[in-house]
Design a protein around this ligand. Structure first.
Ligand code: GBH
Length: 482
C-alpha cells in the first residue's frame, strides 16, 4: 500500500472498515436460560459479589439475548441500531457455555441464537466478526484447572470447530482470543477478576502459554479443515499501551524491553521472524527461577515444533488500544524468597502524565499519539502485518451529549490516519468499543463505554443513540476527519 495514496492525511481509505464491538458476558444476560451452563464470570459475580464495585452482575445485563423477535428480525434492536449508522462490521463474542454447556453435546438453542444474529447482520449489510473467546471460560473447564491445564487446548479447539462448522459459511472474520494479557495477569494473577486465581509469575505464564497454543491449534484447524471452502481470515486480539520515558534516565533499550514483556509476550511467538517468547523474557525468567530454587523456568518452554506451529498463525493483528503510560525501571533486587509476579519480572513502573485527560475509568487517559506510536512499533517489529483495531473507546457517566467520547475517537482516528498515510502502516479498520453501555466487569455498570445508552430499569431495555453514534454515522459516510 502506498503511503501517499490520499491527498489529505485525514482521509480514510475507501476500503477502510469502521465498526463497533461488544462481548457476550457483558451484554447477553440470560445467564442460565435455554441450556446455557455457568461460566467463570457467572460464578465470580455470584460468589464474590463484593468484587464488583456496584455489586451488580451480568445475569440480565442489557438482555441482548432476548432482543430477537422470532417473526421479524429487523426489530432486533442490536441489529437495528447497528444498521442506522451503517456500521460496516460488528465484532461480538460467542458464549462458550451456550454452545457446549458441558463440553460434550452441542446445544442447538445456542446455535440458533447466534445463527439468527449472524443472518440478521448479513441481511442488513453488516459484516459479522466473531471473537471465539472473550474471557468466559466454562465452569466445567475451570474445575479442571482452566487455563493452567494443557487440556484447555483440546477443548478450545473442539469448541472452535463447532463454531466454524455452524457459522463459517457466513462468518469470514474470526478472532480466537481477546486480550490474553489481561485475562492472564488479572484472572490468574489477582482475585479481582474471574477465575480469581492468584498464581503470580507462575499461573500467569501457564495461562499465556496455553492460550497461545489454543489460538494456534484453532488457526490450523481452520486452515486445514475449513479454509478451502469458507475462505475467511482468522487472527487474535492483543492489547497494549505505548510506553514513554518517565525521565531522562530511561533508555530506548528500557522502553523496548518493557514492550517486549507487555505486547511481545504474545506478539513475538505469533508475529516475529524467530518465533517463541522474546529472548529477554526467556533468559531473565530462567535466571530468576534458578535464584528462587526452582529446577525449571516459571516461563514454560515451547518445543521447536510448537514454535513453528504458532509462528505466523494469525492472518491479521487485532489490536485493542485504550491508553498509554510513562515508564521507569524498577531497579530493586526482589528477594527470590518472596512470591514472583509478571510485574516484578517486567520491572516496569508505570505512571501518567499530569496533562493527560482521565476518563470515568481511573486507568483510562486520553493519549491518542500513543496509538500511532504503537502502530509504528508493531510495523517495525513485526514486518508491517495487517492490523485491525478491534477496540478503542472512552468511558463516562453515560451522558447522551458524549462530547468527551467524540473528542477521544476523533483524535485516535486522526493519529491512525497519520499512521496509514504518513508512516505506511497497514491498517484494515477501526472498531469502536462499545456498541452499548454494558456490564464493565469488576466495575459493574459504573463506567459507560457505549455509543448507545440503555435504559436498564425498563423491562424493554430501550437503546438510545448518543451523539457519538451520529458522529460515527457521518464519518462512515464522509470518511474524512477534521
Ligand atoms: C477491554 O479490556 C475488554 O476487552 C472489554 O471487555 C472491556 O469492556 C474494555 O476493554 C473496557 O475496559 O491499568 O492496572 O489499573 C480492558 C480491561 C480494564 C484491564 C482496566 C486492565 C486496568 C488495570 N482492562 N484494567 S490498571
Amino acid at each position: 500500500k502506498s503511503p501517499t495514496r490520499n491527498n489529505s492525511i485525514y482521509n480514510l481509505p475507501k476500503d477502510f472498515l469502521i465498526g463497533t464491538s461488544s462481548s457476550a458476558y457483558q451484554i447477553e444476560g440470560a445467564w442460565n436460560e435455554d441450556g446455557k451452563s455457568p461460566s467463570i464470570w457467572d460464578d465470580f459475580v455470584h460468589f464474590h459479589e463484593k468484587s464488583v464495585d456496584d455489586h451488580s452482575n451480568g445475569d440480565v445485563s442489557i438482555d441482548s439475548y432476548h432482543h430477537i423477535k422470532e417473526d421479524c428480525f429487523e426489530t432486533y434492536w442490536n441489529v437495528f441500531i447497528l444498521y442506522f449508522p451503517k456500521f460496516q462490521h460488528y465484532r461480538f463474542s460467542v458464549s462458550w457455555t451456550r454452545i457446549l454447556p458441558n463440553g460434550s453435546a452441542v446445544n442447538d438453542k445456542g446455535i440458533r441464537y447466534y445463527t439468527k444474529l449472524i443472518d440478521t447482520l448479513i441481511s442488513n449489510g453488516i459484516e459479522p466478526m466473531i471473537t471465539i473467546f472473550h474471557w468466559d471460560i466454562p465452569k466445567w473447564l475451570q474445575d479442571l484447572g482452566g487455563l493452567t491445564n494443557p487440556i484447555f487446548v483440546d477443548y478450545f479447539t473442539a469448541y472452535a470447530d463447532v463454531l466454524f462448522h455452524h457459522f463459517g459459511s457466513k462468518v469470514k472474520n474470526w478472532m480466537t482470543v481477546n486480550e490474553p494479557f489481561n485475562l492472564c495477569t488479572i484472572g490468574y494473577g489477582s482475585n479481582e477478576w474471574a477465575p480469581g486465581i492468584v498464581s503470580r509469575g507462575v499461573g500467569e505464564y501457564l495461562c499465556g502459554h496455553h492460550l497461545l497454543l489454543s489460538h494456534a491449534s484453532a488457526y490450523h484447524l481452520y486452515k486445514n479443515k475449513y479454509f478451502m471452502k469458507q475462505k475467511g481470515s482468522i487472527g487474535i486480539t492483543l492489547d497494549s499501551r505505548f510506553y514513554y520515558p518517565k525521565n531522562s534516565s530511561v533508555t530506548k533499550f528500557d522502553l523496548q524491553r518493557a514492550q517486549e514483556y507487555r505486547l511481545g509476550w504474545f506478539a513475538h511467538p505469533l508475529f516475529s521472524e524467530s518465533g517463541g517468547y522474546p529472548n529477554v523474557m526467556v533468559n531473565e525468567i530462567e535466571i530468576r527461577s534458578k535464584l528462587e530454587g526452582r529446577s525449571f523456568s516459571r516461563l514454560p518452554k515451547f518445543s521447536n515444533q510448537e514454535k513453528a506451529f504458532i509462528r505466523g498463525s494469525s492472518d491479521f493483528f487485532g489490536l485493542n488500544y485504550y491508553t498509554s503510560r510513562l515508564l521507569s525501571v524498577d531497579k530493586t533486587e526482589h528477594d527470590p524468597l518472596e512470591s514472583p509476579a509478571w510485574f516484578k519480572d517486567s520491572r516496569s513502573l508505570i505512571d501518567v502524565n499530569s496533562t493527560w485527560k482521565c476518563a470515568k475509568s481511573s486507568w483510562l487517559y486520553n493519549v491518542p499519539e500513543g496509538l500511532r506510536d504503537l502502530l509504528v512499533w508493531i510495523k517495525d517489529e513485526y514486518n508491517n502485518p495487517p492490523v485491525l483495531i478491534t477496540e478503542n473507546g472512552w468511558s463516562d457517566e453515560g451522558e447522551l451529549e458524549d462530547n468527551g467520547r467524540i473528542e477521544y475517537i476523533n483524535a485516535h482516528l486522526k493519529e491512525l490516519s497519520k499512521a496509514i498515510n504518513i508512516d505506511g502502516c497497514n491498517i484494515i479498520g477501526y472498531t469502536a468499543w462499545s456498541l452499548f453501555d454494558s456490564f464493565e466487569w469488576n466495575r459493574g455498570f459504573i463506567e459507560k463505554f457505549g455509543l448507545f445508552s440503555v435504559n436498564l430499569t425498563s423491562p424493554l431495555k430501550e437503546r438510545v443513540p448518543k451523539k457519538s453514534a451520529y458522529f460515527l454515522q457521518k464519518l462512515i459516510k464522509e470518511r474524512k476527519l477534521s
